[in-house]
Ligand binder design. Sequence first.
Ligand code: CA2
Length: 159
Amino acid sequence: MAEAPQQTIYVLNGPNLNLLGTREPETYGHATLADVEKLCIDTAAAYGLTAECRQSNHEGVLVDCIHEAGAKQAVGIIINAGAYSHTSIALHDALMAVKIPAVEVHISNIHARESFRHHSFTAKAAFASVCGFGIDGYRLAIAGLAERIGAGNTNKATA
Ligand code: CA2
C-alpha cells in the first residue's frame, strides 16, 4: 500500500532573526538561525512532519509565506514574527484567513521586557504561545502543535 505523503508545517521567522547567534547573546543566546531551523526540522520529523522553514525581514513576504502555507495545505504554522508580532495586523489577518493552527514563539520572555513587547497581534491569531525558553521554545511549540493536530509517532520521547 502506498504511504501517505508527509504533512508539512511552516516555521516562520521574522525580522532580525537572521542575526541570531551574532549579537545580543544575553537576550537571544548563542544559537544561529540555522541551528533553530535544524532543531525544527528534526523535531517535526520525530512527529512524522516536514518543516518548511522561512525567514524574512519583510512583513509582506511573511504574509505571502502564510498564504503559501494555506495554498499548500500545511497542517500547522510556528511563527516568531519578531518585532512585527507587536505591530502587524496584516500578519494577524493572514493567520486568521488561512485557518491553520498556529503557535507563536518568542525566544525571550517578552512579558519581562519593555512594555511595547507585551502585546502581540500574532498571539491573538495563534492557539498557543511559548516564550522565554530560548530556542527550545521552538521544540516545545512543535510538540504542542503535533499533539493538537494528532500527529505523532514512536519517536516522541526523543523530540
Ligand atoms: O524573543 C523573541 O523571539 C522576539 O520575537 C525577538 C525579536 C523582538 O523584537 C521581539 O520583541 C521578541 C527581535 C529579534 C532580533 O533578533 C536578534 C538576534 C540577534 C541579534 C540581534 C537581534
